[in-house]
Design a binder for this molecule. Structure first.
Ligand code: RIB
Ligand code: CA
Length: 302
């Protein structure tokens, strides 16, 4: 059983990741935190509220986080996810009560009260995670693992040739996380661009229940601009790690260069000395197993 916190910026692929987690008995979703990313924080948070209302899960703590990156200006991905962040697919508003407090404190309190048990699953810019590490220096010692979607180790970025969106939006946060964490499992574009919606996912989803059909509608629209379901790869990795391939290394996040801003450089040495790798870099997946897994699990949500 994986006890996880998903840190997200819904976002269509975030929505699929959240549904996949809720549909998987291997996962205990301890909470969802939100952060500015695909769209602004208020809209991201309201999207998360509507997603939980759709699946009738008011029991899942949903906590609002940072409204903008640590040093860069706010970006967005409305070109891919639409102005509303969920591809314009109408979802009923949620009347679930708001969780008080800030996402950074929820992450700290949850990890510190469950030492060694919580896996953080950031699928958005890493602002909340970085601030939590700064606010609670003991956090890294008490996290079970960080399994994140972000970066591009051996392939091109999707915002610039050098940088992937989550790291590009807040590279300073990504730097803090990779520097402070004892271990990170990174699912970057190397592997997430194998999660191709066009392989028949929507046809499978449309044969199933209401949630699956809404997921198909969001995914079809989203796929017009980005055919890859990046974020669900994080959850699928926890559920069936055996369908994924990885290498070990260290990741350096470029924050100084204009052209390489947000780049995730794979390096096994710092200051000319070889350092013990602390990053599992996921590089490939058997998509013939991944996409049916997503369809089948989400189909169980009704
Ligand atoms: O580059 C893909 C990432 O950026 C995903 O997390 C997607 O939701 C966007 O946030
Ligand atoms: Ca995301």
């Amino acid at each position: 059983m994986h006890k996880i916190i998903i840190d997200s910026d819904p976002g269509v692929d975030d929505a699929v990741a959240i549904f996949l987690a809720l549909a998987s008995p291997e996962i205990e979703l301890v909470g969802i935190t939100t952060v500015a990313g695909n769209v602004g924080l208020d809209r991201v948070h309201n999207n998360a509220k509507r997603l939980l209302a759709l699946v009738k899960r008011p029991d899942i703590p949903l906590v609002k986080g940072c409204s903008h990156p640590i040093m860069t200006k706010c970006s967005n991905h409305t070109d891919v996810h639409g102005e509303d962040g969920l591809a314009g697919i109408p979802l009923p508003e949620s009347n679930y009560p708001e969780h008080s407090g800030h996402a950074v404190d929820f992450i700290i309190d949850t990890v510190m009260s469950n030492p060694g048990e919580i896996t953080l699953c950031p699928i958005a810019p890493l602002t909340n995670i970085a601030i939590a590490m700064i606010k609670e220096p003991r956090l890294a010692d008490n996290i079970k693992d960080i399994v994140l979607m972000g970066g591009a180790a051996f392939t091109q970025g999707n915002v610039t040739p050098a940088a992937e969106f989550n790291f590009y939006v807040d590279p300073h946060a990504a730097h803090i996380v990779f520097e402070n964490a004892h271990h990170v499992t990174m699912l970057g574009l190397d592997v997430t661009t194998k999660a191709d919606i066009r392989s028949g996912l929507c046809n499978s989803l449309e044969k199933q229940g209401h949630i699956a059909q809404i997921t198909a509608a969001m995914s079809r629209k989203y796929a017009e601009f980005d055919p890859f379901l990046h974020d669900p790869c994080v959850i699928a990795y926890l559920i069936q790690p055996e369908i994924f391939s990885s290498v070990e290394g260290n990741i350096y996040i470029e924050c100084g260069s204009k052209t390489l801003f947000g780049h995730s450089l794979v390096t096994n040495s710092t200051k000319n000395k070889v350092t013990k790798p602390k990053c599992t870099i996921v590089t490939d997946v058997d998509s013939s197993k991944l996409m049916p897994l997503i369809a089948e699990r989400i189909g169980t949500l009704g």
